[in-house]
Design a binder for this molecule. Structure first.
Ligand code: MG
Length: 356
């Protein structure tokens, strides 16, 4: 039995020596890891009222949005408009489940501070119950960097230590993108997290390796697209207030329409458009490019000019058009440039510019 356990240890040890077992190369909870530099926040502000499209999870009134693990009333207490962790009462969970969110939450570590390291003001904000942004009194309190305040626990130390002293209200603003799985349960996109503490960036769109956990790294397991937000009872009476969340749309971008199809405009017509056009300081240069045209904007960026008709052209990369007002010998007398809600005329330089 003992020999078997030793053998297992040896195998683990051998794997360890063969290469890093975590994406960062650091073993989890390594005290030898460099400490993030301290970035002292500005003056703590009064709580900011939630935006109109937020789901308010706690406004200082009651714990109605929260439950315990069994689904019954949350066992934390209300004190002075804050909710306070009760040691032994367990985590609290939102009754509503969330996937992609922007979460605002304010917290304060107990004062006077007690104990040290992971024992001082420990709690945590869990997205989908699984991904913890650590809450800890990290004001002049050393611990392993991937477990200090603002760490994506066990994976990413915060970029800086932006902690305020215990007793002072601090804020986390978190953007969380849940992991994506395909219909077979294979991971398509890992979870990502961005976070600010007291207005200071502490996690910059980090890719989580899996659910955060103590001592071990757990792999992703396909499951629900949503889960409760949970607050940790780690035996310390950490307080929370002003908690609100905005659900983020699945994809922030709407599909762009295709570029217009180029019209079949004779080469001679395109040739006559080549030249330099001005309106004060605004200068457009039109050149031939392959069988088509390109235009250079004042900043020098070239883009295709797509013929829509012999007198109408669309920019390839900017939502702008040029309309040709013909002059003598079918050469342009001027061009009308339209972009957004502005339009102005450009007149050609007199020099002939028909060379290819
Ligand atoms: Mg914690």
């Amino acid at each position: 039995m003992k020999a078997k356990a030793l053998c297992a240890l040896f195998v683990v040890g051998a794997m360890g020596s063969a290469g890093a077992q975590t994406p960062s190369g650091w073993r989890a909870h390594d005290l030898a890891r460099p400490r993030p530099p301290v970035a002292t926040p500005g003056q703590a502000a009064e709580p900011m009222a939630p935006p109109a499209d937020a789901v308010v999870l706690f406004d200082g009134t009651d714990l109605a949005a929260w439950k315990n693990r069994e689904g019954a009333a949350a066992g934390w207490v209300m004190r002075d408009g804050a909710m306070e962790a009760v040691p032994g009462a367990g985590y609290v969970y939102t009754r509503q489940a969330f996937g992609d969110v922007q979460l605002h939450i304010e917290w304060a570590a107990p004062t006077p501070p007690k104990d040290s390291g992971q024992g001082r003001g420990n709690s945590g904000v869990f997205l989908m119950e699984k991904y913890e942004l650590q809450v800890l009194d990290s004001y002049r309190n050393d611990t392993y960097p991937d477990g200090q305040a603002g760490a994506a626990y066990g994976q990413y130390p915060p970029l800086v230590n932006a902690s305020l002293p215990p007793g002072e209200w601090q804020s986390y603003d978190i953007v969380f993108r849940r992991p994506r799985f395909d219909s077979m349960g294979a991971l398509v996109a890992p979870a990502r997290m961005t976070a600010l503490q007291n207005g200071i960036l502490i996690q910059d769109n980090v890719t989580l390796w899996g659910p955060t956990n103590w001592l071990q790294a757990n792999p992703y397991v396909a499951g629900s697209d949503r889960g409760p937000i949970a607050l940790q009872d780690h035996g310390n009476p950490v307080r929370y207030r002003n908690i609100w969340v905005r659900e983020l749309p699945e994809s922030p971008q709407t599909a762009a329409p295709p570029l217009p199809e180029p019209a079949d405009v004779p080469a001679a017509v395109l040739d006559r458009l080549v030249g330099t056009y001005r309106n004060g300081g605004m200068v457009l240069v039109i050149r031939r490019s392959g069988t088509g045209l390109e235009v250079t904007l004042p900043e020098g960026r070239r883009q295709a000019l797509i013929p829509l008709s012999p007198v109408e052209y669309a920019f390839g990369a900017t939502a702008a058009t040029l309309t040709v007002i013909p002059g003598p010998a079918e050469r342009p007398a001027r061009l009308t440039f339209r972009m957004g809600d502005t339009a102005f005329d450009l007149t050609p330089d007199s020099a002939p510019a028909t060379t290819r």
